[in-house]
Design a binder for this molecule. Structure first.
Ligand code: ADP
Ligand code: MG
Length: 474
């Protein structure tokens, strides 16, 4: 059903002046008959929030909370409504349905009726959806459609989609973590938008943890903490970005904890992001960490070359800028740390091209982005950096990384460093072997295999290794 087109043509804010006779009882008499005609469930769903306005010239008038109700009733229940009205009030031969003057974007779809409209595969028209998304704090540009999925984000993306489509029932909370600029916020907004698209009645709220904290402090100051609580605790889906911000803020943590519990107890979905795994957020209450960890945690990794190329191509298309393939490849090769920087580099190139009115060559880009490229080089994870980090964590000497000594206390950390060099750098197996005292590539492959097996067997080890990874990425 084309709800949007019909509803907007009919949208008509009702005023009391259009009717003259008020009959408080009329609606209850009509209701009894109508419920018999269409069934109690449908009546409650569609007419439960209707209000009787009055009658005039043989025409009755009711108001309903929103467009969906209006169109749905007109399309599906008008004959029954008119019949019930005629039986209950002599001389009534028509009923007009309009939207209550107090209806607003946020309350419009908040009843069960809207939910069942959606189950019947009706979708909101684009502009209303956009309004709803904005009211929820969501950026319409961040959708699943314009998120490029790569090996680095496959699992996180799948989990987010599952939450949005409700197939990930147990994923609560969904905890998305990963370094800056890797798409956490983007995915979170995408979840919110997809939920609204599928179930427009859902109360989705997106906000940063910083905003949550500031609003909380403001609510305490103004003395209206109850309102604050009602707002967040009554959401169906709460999306809170950058929870690492709670570190050291005890009262906010306490409030957050209770909000969180209320939502989880009511089986409402919570999605959180953080720039590090929950267990690494410092100065945060253990009970909160264990709450963060009771659902599903997914990590976003830095994208690999093919994904970086795909992202750049997609962004260039989206922004309608023409960039030579060689330039795209150059950027993808040089900017490795995160997507935000990749976007930044593309913006700079595109701006230059439009100002200079000429297409840019790789040489020009190299000059244009020299600071970017230098910074990237210093950010990159190196084998040397990995060896140092592993040596420190496992308390072995740096020299042991390249030595031939083989006691397990040394050999195993060395294997971990090889494994990390393989997964975190772009060096070849040969290069890695070289950096570990001239070992051959077979040794590196063996080390990677062994470490992978141990990581599955030993959760404690896995955590230690993950911590090294996070430390290196920062
Ligand atoms: P984070 O919250 O992890 O710091 P963001 O979600 O803000 O990162 O992402 C930074 C920018 O990169 C955003 O403009 C986002 O749209 C873009 N971005 C990140 N990952 C992807 C991706 N896989 N595909 C498309 N755009 C992405
Ligand atoms: Mg973010």
């Amino acid at each position: 059903m084309e709800i949007g087109a019909r509803a907007s043509a009919k949208q008509e804010r009702n005023t009391q002046s259009s009717v003259s006779i008020h009959d408080g009882d009329a609606w209850s008499r009509i209701s009894v008959r109508l419920a018999k005609l269409i069934g109690e469930d449908a009546f409650q769903r569609w007419f439960g929030a209707a209000k009787w306005v009055g009658t005039e010239n043989g025409e009755g008038a009711i108001t309903v909370p929103g467009e969906i109700h209006q169109v749905w009733i007109e399309t599906n229940y008008l004959p029954e409504l008119v019949m019930a009205a005629g039986e209950a009030c002599e001389g009534l031969h028509h009923v007009k349905i309009s939207i209550a003057a107090t209806a607003d974007v946020t309350s419009e779809f908040s009843t069960e009726a809207a939910a069942s409209a959606v189950q019947l595969r009706t979708e909101l028209p684009g502009e209303i959806l956009e309004k709803r998304a904005k009211a929820a704090g969501l950026n319409p540009g961040y959708t699943f459609k314009n998120f490029v999925v790569g090996n680095n984000s496959q699992f996180a993306h799948a989990a987010c989609e599952a939450v949005a489509t409700k197939s990930g029932v147990g994923y609560n909370p969904l905890f998305i973590h990963g370094g800056s600029g890797l798409g956490k916020t983007h995915l979170m907004h995408a979840i919110g938008q997809e939920i609204l698209r599928r179930r427009p009645d859902t109360r989705v709220i997106y906000l940063t943890c910083e905003k949550f904290t500031n609003e909380f402090i403001e609510a305490i100051r103004k003395g209206d903490i109850e309102k604050f609580r009602r707002r967040y605790r009554s959401s169906d889906v709460l999306l809170i970005d950058d929870v690492q911000f709670l570190a050291g803020k005890e009262r906010s943590q306490e409030e957050f904890f209770h909000t969180f519990n209320t939502l989880l107890d009511g089986r409402h979905q919570v999605v959180l992001t953080s720039d590090r795994p929950a267990c690494e957020i410092k100065s945060i209450e253990p009970r909160l960490i264990s709450r963060f960890e009771c659902g599903l945690a997914v990590e976003l990794q830095p994208p690999q070359l093919e994904t970086r190329t795909a992202i750049l191509k997609k962004k260039a298309l989206e922004w309608k800028v023409t960039v030579d393939e060689s330039v795209i490849n150059f950027l993808a090769e040089k900017i490795r740390s995160n997507v935000r920087r990749l976007e930044g580099a593309l913006v700079r190139v595109a701006t230059f091209a439009s100002l200079a009115g000429e297409s840019v060559t790789v040489e020009k880009v190299e000059y244009l982005l020299r600071d970017f490229i230098q910074e990237e080089a210093s950010r990159q994870v190196t084998i040397d950096g990995i060896q140092r980090a592993v040596a420190e964590t496992f308390d072995v000497r740096m020299a042991d990384m390249i030595s031939r000594r083989r006691p397990a206390s040394i050999a195993f950390p060395r294997q971990i460093a090889m494994y990390l060099s393989r997964s975190m750098t772009h060096n070849s197996l040969m290069e890695i072997g070289e950096s570990f005292g001239g070992r051959d590539h077979g040794t590196v492959i063996h080390a990677c295999k062994k470490v992978k097996q141990e990581l599955v067997k030993q959760p404690g080890l896995r955590e230690r290794v993950e911590r090294i990874e996070c430390q290196l990425k920062r």
